[in-house]
Design a protein. Sequence first.
Length: 283
Amino acid sequence: MSNLSCWGIFRERAHSPGREFDDAAILRLTAKHLAAEGFGVSLRSPEDVGAVGERVPPSIFLMCERLGILRQLRRWEVNGVCLVNAPSAVLNTYRHHMVPLFERHAIPFPPSIIVPTHAAAYRGPCPVWVKRADVHNTQDGDVVFASTAAAVCEALDSLAQRGIRGAVIQEHISGDVIKFYGVGDPARLQGQRPWFRWFYHQDQVLAGHPVDPRCLATVAQRAAAALGLEVYGGDAIATKGGALVLIDLNAWPSFALYRDEASAQIASYLTQRFTRGERDETA
């Protein structure tokens, strides 16, 4: 198989609620740009990966998130396949991994505790957000705003009834909600600046709190590095005092508002990664 052969793996449909088209579109456009660079690209659903006897390409770019396929991809990575994002980095976005990693790396993040969903009572401060502790939002009830202790317990019980064992209770931070996208690990770019874009979340009344774009980019890139992500997106709060607080970070989002620009940037970055034959030695 040619060294310029690669696979792209779509995100699971269950993990793209309301974003099925956008998630598929960014992967397809990235593949189109890679093909223009001379790569032979095959796009796969997670269910179509790992057929017995199938030859694995030297490089894979991926949006999938479930444990089973990430474990399979990790085995290939150990054998030399270059993967972006690395399976370990995707797993690090699971909140029960992300919270302690952000604490360890001093990422500005709301006070958060990881609790079992069968917890009988909650006596902490409110309002808070109750979020499932593993994957990100897949359906209603995965992320719930709770203004009272009773609402917290109700949200935890709802998760428990769905078989979800852990949750994160995260302090609510007031301010302007910002979304951001990033491409590139600064440590791999050899002096080049990573691609970064941000915008205000829709459906909010902006207070107009100050935002330092350079500071935002630095916080986002530090957070991505803490998890090992190279293609990522997330959310932050610009507070009244001018502080920036990260509230979430995801592996390879849809880049919906910047799809054309982002897909070209991702493909350019992947071309560097794949042609150098680099592998994540820290995973």
